[in-house]
Design a protein around this ligand. Structure first.
Ligand SMILES: [Ca+2]
Ligand SMILES: [Ca+2]
Length: 153
């Protein structure tokens, strides 16, 4: 319970300082010798091809997969988080503009150490454990339909 509470408080604080993201980026780059990664996989359970890759040094990501080449549209079904990663938040949306009339999932990640990793096997299942909280808002399916990826570090 304590972990979840701290995570939510920290996440709220992160959201408040989003306007300072560029300043945070400088601090993060200066203080982090090496970074963790967010790997978006084609298959469930972190299998098949990696269709998008983000470094945890990137403080703020908002990628419309229909417009950027950094992610493939309607392809990912799972996410592998490799430490070291600070407390962060990943959003995956069916709608390229993040419209909440279609499916989306918000994944709150607790910090992971350098040798730790965690696979979010599907975006369509709520989870709440010591490492992640997954909050899935169902409409008609999200795995293999993701068109927008957001990351807040
Ligand atoms: Ca879609
Ligand atoms: Ca959908």
């Amino acid at each position: 319970m304590m972990t979840k509470f701290s995570l939510l408080i920290k996440n709220f604080a992160l959201t408040l300082v989003i306007g300072l993201a560029s300043i945070s980026l400088l601090i993060t780059n200066a203080s982090t010798a090496f970074a963790g990664t967010f790997l978006f996989y084609e298959g469930n359970n972190c299998t098949q091809d990696i269709i998008a890759y983000y470094d945890s040094n990137e403080v703020y990501v908002q990628d419309n997969c229909k417009e950027t080449r950094r992610c493939e549209n309607d392809e990912t079904r799972s996410l592998l988080i490799k430490g070291p990663v600070e407390i962060s938040q990943v959003g995956v949306y069916d709608d390229p503009n993040g419209d909440n009339d279609d499916d989306y999932s918000i994944i709150y990640i607790n910090s992971l150490g350098p040798n730790e990793q965690y696979c979010v096997n599907t975006y369509e299942k709520n989870q709440d454990n010591s490492q992640v909280i997954v909050n899935y808002q169902r409409h008609n399916g999200l795995d293999g339909k993701v068109s927008l990826i957001t990351i807040l570090n």
